[in-house]
Design a protein around this ligand. Sequence first.
Ligand SMILES: NC(=O)c1ccc[n+]([C@@H]2O[C@H](COP(=O)([O-])OP(=O)(O)OC[C@H]3O[C@@H](n4cnc5c(N)ncnc54)[C@H](OP(=O)(O)O)[C@@H]3O)[C@@H](O)[C@H]2O)c1
Length: 121
Amino acid sequence: MAHDFNGKVVIITGSSSGIGQAAAILFAKLGASVTIHGRSENGLKKTEDLIFEAGISKERIHSVRGAVTDSEVQKALINETIKTFGRIDILINNAGGVKDDEKNQRSMAALDYCLDVNLKA
Ligand SMILES: NC(=O)c1ccc[n+]([C@@H]2O[C@H](COP(=O)([O-])OP(=O)(O)OC[C@H]3O[C@@H](n4cnc5c(N)ncnc54)[C@H](OP(=O)(O)O)[C@@H]3O)[C@@H](O)[C@H]2O)c1
């Protein structure tokens, strides 16, 4: 099944590793301009490198770094994408996970983190 995303603009939160990274590479290969996002500078660089290795030009990739729960980062994702690519067609709200520094994953702190990152953001 062939998909053509030429001219489409996609934001993928949490694309510095894993599923989001794979999605960012795939959307870029299928013609989309992509805003990638995550907290890890190294992870974002890895995603960019993999996209460039696939022959995609720098002009089709924009990177936003920071916690997805931070309203300034949320605004940057939207505003910088529109400024760079002129529009937004698709948002993949992929960033997520558990509170790594919490021993008791059944604590209220772990639940709050989960809701903040996976639901509210
Ligand atoms: N893999 C599975 O079996 C599975 C199953 C069910 C649901 N999911 C969900 O699918 C999504 C992707 O999973 P994955 O396996 O690809 O996970 P992953 O490899 O851990 O990737 C998670 C991505 O989200 C980003 N992220 C996590 N917390 C963040 C935060 N607070 N602020 C900003 N970015 C944040 C990470 O970036 P940084 O580390 O750079 O911040 C990373 O790019 C997640 O939402 C996960 O919960 C996965």
